[in-house]
Design a binder for this molecule. Structure first.
Ligand code: AP5
Ligand code: MG
Length: 233
């Protein structure tokens, strides 16, 4: 499929449990449509690494696999979505994650359209990746990522050409701090309790599209591109 670099895509929201493939698919949408990936997990990890005030507040919560309080998320997300590169659209990966965040995002989009010249609201395209529980565990425990370019690998499903080394830039791959076995369960529980209601919220308003996230990566990408194309047809 040819790259799409000119049209407005608007907000695309990827929902799904830890390890569902949100980051993997967000990077492909980003490359294809030339819109940024806005991963709240990546933004928070960056704040933790830089030791910012937000990072200090979020660090312990993230290490335990719980969700960072809503009020700490809003300034960070508002600031990121206000950047010029988000004008044509963006892929939200990991946000919204509570019913309150979903309501907040709608209010933000209502008030501050990504393109003020258009008469209609840019409601997000909401895509949920559904993945079998055992598959999720393999995906999370097998995940490695490149600290330099962010590329995501999996020792079981998408191994690098050379063990533990990034194909793109040769960096040594890292395992995320919250991919430890004892943290996986609380993360999955937080998803069930706090993020499932987000899907219900979008379902009620007829905006949720579910995709079989157990399929191979390329098949899922094709389906997502089709959903985005249909949305704009
Ligand atoms: P975040 O970074 O968002 O983590 P997550 O939601 O737990 O999701 P993951 O990044 O683990 O999984 P993914 O769906 O991106 O999967 P990936 O593509 O890597 O959040 C981390 C923490 O930050 C939270 O716990 C919370 O504390 C905090 N936080 C973040 N946002 C927040 C918010 N809005 N509110 C409050 N707190 C927030 O794929 C996983 C693996 O599977 C990879 O190895 C990949 O190679 C492989 N894979 C992917 N697709 C396939 C496929 N189709 N077939 C086979 N393997 C595949
Ligand atoms: Mg991710």
């Amino acid at each position: 499929m040819a790259q799409e670099t000119s049209r407005d895509v608007g907000p695309v929201v990827l929902l799904g449990p830890p390890g569902a493939g949100k980051g993997t698919q967000a990077k492909r949408i980003m490359e294809h449509y030339q819109i940024p990936q806005v991963s709240t997990g990546d933004l928070l990890r960056d704040n933790v690494a830089r030791g910012t005030e937000l990072g200090l507040q979020a660090k312990a919560t993230m290490a335990q696999g719980a969700l960072v309080p809503d009020n700490l998320m809003y300034d960070m997300v508002r600031h990121r979505l206000g950047q010029p590169d988000c004008k044509r659209g963006y892929v939200l990966d990991g946000f919204p994650r509570t019913a309150a965040q979903a309501g907040w995002l709608d209010a933000l989009l209502d008030d501050k359209l990504f393109d003020n010249s258009r008469p209609t609201r840019a409601w997000p395209i909401v895509i949920r990746l559904d993945v079998d529980y055992n598959q999720l565990l393999l995906r999370i425990t097998g995940r490695r990522s490149c600290p330099a370019c962010g590329r995501i690998y999996n020792v079981h499903f998408q191994p690098p050409r050379v063990d533990e080394v990034c194909d793109v830039d040769g960096s040594k791959l890292v395992t995320r701090n919250d991919d430890r076995l004892e943290v996986i369960q609380p993360r999955l529980a937080a998803y069930e309790e706090q993020t499932r209601p987000v899907a219900d919220y979008y379902q009620r308003t007829g905006r949720l599209v579910s995709v079989n996230g157990d399929a191979p990566v390329n098949e899922i990408t094709e389906q997502i591109f089709r959903i985005i194309e249909d949305h704009h047809a």
